[in-house]
Ligand binder design. Structure first.
Ligand SMILES: [Zn+2]
Length: 350
């Protein structure tokens, strides 16, 4: 297949990855054409692989167990409890057909700048409440697995969200919003750290992204977070903020002064952090509008995931998300959310 396209001038340009057929390996019509059994088989394979043995979510016994094909459930050979393909996963107690959850996962996959619950509700013909919780369950499955430290070149930065106070109508009634006492108590800082591909890697740009919510981008916050998540010997690229000043003792820190330039004379940029915030702002402004402080960590991590998978075909991202959903335990925050079972506090990293 040709990977070139012809411009109006007749020049051959390399085709952007997302325009190639390889980037589109799954479509909504394909997912919606699945029978209940197809959807069941797909989720079973994502959860337990192709073998005949499955794991009882109640007692952990791995066995063939007693399968009842009419109801698509197993009875555990050890503890005797029944379980389905979604028991103990983020899709446990689902009320809609599993196929619709897979369709939701695909809509979510394809929405590279995020998708609002209202839009998903309209697309799937479900209540806003159902779409809202479903989206949060998908987000919850995206948290990084393992605690491997970031290495090599790491771009980092912080950006504020939620600080806007609507100005009074009349000019003389307006407060000075530069003063701390006039700022919103919901103002938070998202800190991003992105490990870049090494020069001899196949990929370009960032490959692994971690995000953290703090109240302020300070030396204390960065002094705690960076050693916890970045390997000694890494090269940190940051802007001129003094929050990074104390890191010079432990790391090679390169700076770019954004008030003067985008690329320092030595070639240092912080572009991968900038690119993260660019996508985050597009989600915030274009899709989500109001981001609650309590779930800010989920939105921040969603964009980290979307950035890290930006060069994957959509079928691969879908498989990854569904596999994560199948292997992520039932959510404490999102099971029974509308019955009042809500997360009590925001999650601050420092
Ligand atoms: Zn069991």
């Amino acid at each position: 297949m040709s990977l070139k396209t012809t411009t109006a001038l007749g020049l051959h340009m390399p085709l952007h990855f997302l325009l190639k057929a390889e980037a589109r390996t799954l479509s909504l019509p394909k997912v919606l054409a699945m029978t209940d059994l197809d959807a069941f088989s797909l989720f079973r394979r994502m959860r337990w692989g192709d073998g005949e043995e499955v794991t009882c979510p109640h007692c952990g016994t791995i066995h063939k167990h007693y399968f009842r094909p009419a109801r698509l459930i197993w009875r555990c050979a050890a503890c005797g409890d029944d379980f389905s393909v979604t028991s103990g996963t983020v899709f446990a107690h689902h009320k809609l057909p599993l196929r619709l959850y897979l369709a939701a996962a695909l809509l979510y996959t394809n929405a590279v700048k995020g998708i609002s619950a209202l839009q998903m509700a309209r697309d799937l013909g479900v209540q806003h409440k159902s779409a809202y919780v479903l989206l949060h369950k998908l987000r919850e499955s995206l948290h990084p697995m393992g605690d491997q430290l970031l290495q090599g070149e790491v771009h980092m930065d912080g950006a504020y969200v939620g600080g806007i106070v609507r100005p009074e109508n009349r000019k003389e009634d307006r407060a000075d919003r530069r003063l701390a006492e006039n700022q919103s108590p919901d103002k938070r800082c998202i800190v991003v750290m992105r490990e870049c591909h090494a020069a001899n890697d196949e990929g370009v740009g960032a490959k692994r992204t971690l995000t953290f919510i703090v109240k302020k981008e300070t030396q204390a916050a960065m002094g705690k977070l960076v050693p916890e998540h970045v390997a000694p010997g890494a090269v940190i690229c940051a802007d001129e903020s003094d929050a990074y000043d104390l890191l010079h003792a432990k790391y090679a820190v390169r700076r770019v002064n954004h008030s003067q330039e985008y690329r320092a004379e030595d070639g240092t940029t912080n572009n991968q952090a900038e690119s993260y915030f660019s996508r985050l702002r597009r989600m915030q402004i274009g899709q989500i509008h109001k981001v609650s402080v309590k779930y800010l960590d989920e939105y921040a991590n969603e964009i980290a995931y979307r950035e890290d998978t930006r060069r994957w075909a959509n079928g691969r991202i879908f498989n990854d998300i569904v596999t994560r959903c199948a292997r992520t335990p039932t959510s404490r925050d999102w099971c029974g959310y509308w019955q009042g079972n809500k997360r009590a506090q925001e999650r601050l990293a420092a």
